[in-house]
Ligand binder design. Structure first.
Ligand code: FCB
Length: 466
């Protein structure tokens, strides 16, 4: 059941603080297309999506939303929506086609043009260096399972900040290292598609080390607004039985605490260290690494989509391979109540509680919601409209959840809707639509959905108050 409410009404006239950043987010491989243009090298997502059976219907990012060529039109759309900010990622293989060594200026030029276009339109760029598209050349040398990749990532960060540091203020190192490490190396749902607990554990640590090393290079270049984006999935036991609580603890450790604690406390949670060691996949920590990883940050990027209930037991085959190291005996329950087309439940209350929990665990770090959104089966109707009442409802209720957290004293500075436009939803391909803007893939025609109009109305109202 969907309750459709006028946005102004749902927010009940309650206001976001002055200066609150309202944006939308995308990622390079999901939107750019033009995978062979201007010297770009292959990424692990090119390889993965072109491997039969890896993505729904064999979809690939070859064309995506053709943003590489249509970025001007897309920036104009952002300005029409009244976005104050845009979160995008840079494709590492455009800048360093084999991941290291030769720099491709034509790749950097694309981001220079994009950023200039954003600034001219009054939209603040928020740049993410790594949203999952590792150069295949580095994967061939071991990828994130290899410690050297962390060093190569820092070198790449230095190249990008040298090119764009004069015009981009807000920098993020990684997007969702949990997904890169665990979906990429344990369940194999994502590129590089491995099912290897040892590689997964090594990837956890090397991604974080790469973050810390890159943070050092960005600071040295004068970056003053620096963060990392982590994803969080609040996890609950199905019952109070010790085995179910243990199952929830194990998943909570790997999807919520291990990355956060390393970054904000400079220490891995002891229970997670023990879980990984017990699974024969210890974290490959060397002396001094955690000090590097805990480099001071200016904000923490929070991606939130759903919460989860788990129990102990044998995983039914339809659940597929576990994404967690030592997670073979944990079963994720199907959500109760309505779900999005991703099969994800809808829990704005859990969002507020998550933000409060983060506010306590990382008390001095401002939070920025860097992703939140929902997928629905959108279609353009005969009059050229896209009515997506479920997404309007989701958006408004999750924005209200952010206001609730702020009212409770949590320092949340911004919200980026996922996503600006429909795009290549990784292994789920183009069938999953997350956009505020609809994309008709055969024609690449963009149509602002009702949710895009609702978001624009909320932003106008906010500005009117400011
Ligand atoms: C997040 C990813 C983003 C998008 C959304 C739906 O995990 O960061 O690229 O796929 O999920």
């Amino acid at each position: 059941m969907t309750v459709t409410v006028a946005p102004e009404e749902a927010l009940g006239g309650r206001a976001f603080p002055p200066g609150f950043v309202f944006g939308a987010a995308t990622a390079a491989y999901q939107i750019e297309g033009s995978v062979d243009a201007d010297g770009r090298g292959p990424s692990i997502w090119d390889t993965f999506s072109h491997t039969p059976g890896r993505t729904v219907r064999g979809d690939t990012g070859d064309v995506a939303t053709d943003h590489y060529r249509r970025y001007r039109e897309d920036v104009a759309l952002m300005a029409d929506l009244g976005l104050s900010a845009y979160r995008f990622s840079v494709a590492w293989p455009r800048v360093l086609p084999t991941g290291a060594g030769r720099v491709e200026q034509r790749g950097l030029d694309f981001y220079r043009r994009l950023v200039d276009e954003l600034l001219a339109a009054g939209v603040e760029p928020w740049l993410t260096l790594y949203h999952w598209d590792l150069p295949q050349g580095l994967q061939d040398r071991g990828g994130w399972a290899d410690r050297d990749t962390a060093e190569r990532f820092a070198d790449y960060a230095a190249v990008v900040v040298e090119a764009l540091g004069d015009r981009v203020q807000h920098w993020s190192t990684l997007n969702e290292p949990m997904c890169s490490a665990l979906l990429g190396h344990r369940s194999g749902q994502h590129a590089p598609g491995l099912q290897d607990p040892v590689a997964a554990s090594r990837a956890v640590h090397h991604l974080l080390l790469g973050h810390g090393l890159a943070a050092g290079r960005l600071r040295a270049a004068g970056v003053g607004s620096l963060g990392i984006t982590l994803n969080f999935t609040p996890t609950h036991p199905a019952t109070d039985a010790p085995a179910d609580r243990e199952a929830a603890r194990l998943l909570d450790g790997q999807q919520n605490r291990v990355f956060l604690d390393a970054v904000v406390r400079g220490a891995y949670p002891e229970d997670v260290v023990a879980d990984l060691a017990a699974a024969g996949a210890p974290l490959p920590v060397r002396g001094g690494d955690l000090e590097v990883i805990a480099a001071p940050l200016d904000w923490l990027g929070v991606n939130y989509y759903f919460e989860q209930t788990v129990r102990a037991g044998t995983r039914p085959p339809e659940k597929g391979e576990t994404s967690f190291i030592g997670g073979e005996g944990v079963v994720e329950l199907d959500p109760e109540g309505p779900t999005t087309t991703m099969g994800w439940g809808i829990s704005p209350g859990a969002f507020t509680r998550l933000l409060q929990w983060l506010g306590e665990r990382a008390p001095d770090l401002p939070l920025v919601v860097t992703e939140n959104g929902s997928a629905w089966p959108d279609e353009v109707d005969g009059e050229g409209h896209v009515h997506d009442p479920e997404r309007v409802d989701f958006l408004v209720r999750h924005l209200a959840a952010v206001v609730d957290a702020i009212d409770a004293g949590v320092d949340v500075r911004g919200y980026f809707a996922w996503s600006l436009m429909d795009n290549f939803e990784w292994a789920r391909g183009y069938a999953q639509r997350f956009g505020l803007v609809h994309v008709d893939y055969p024609t690449q025609r963009r149509t602002v959905k009702d949710s895009g109009h609702a978001y624009a109305a909320i932003l106008r109202q906010h500005r009117g108050r400011g």
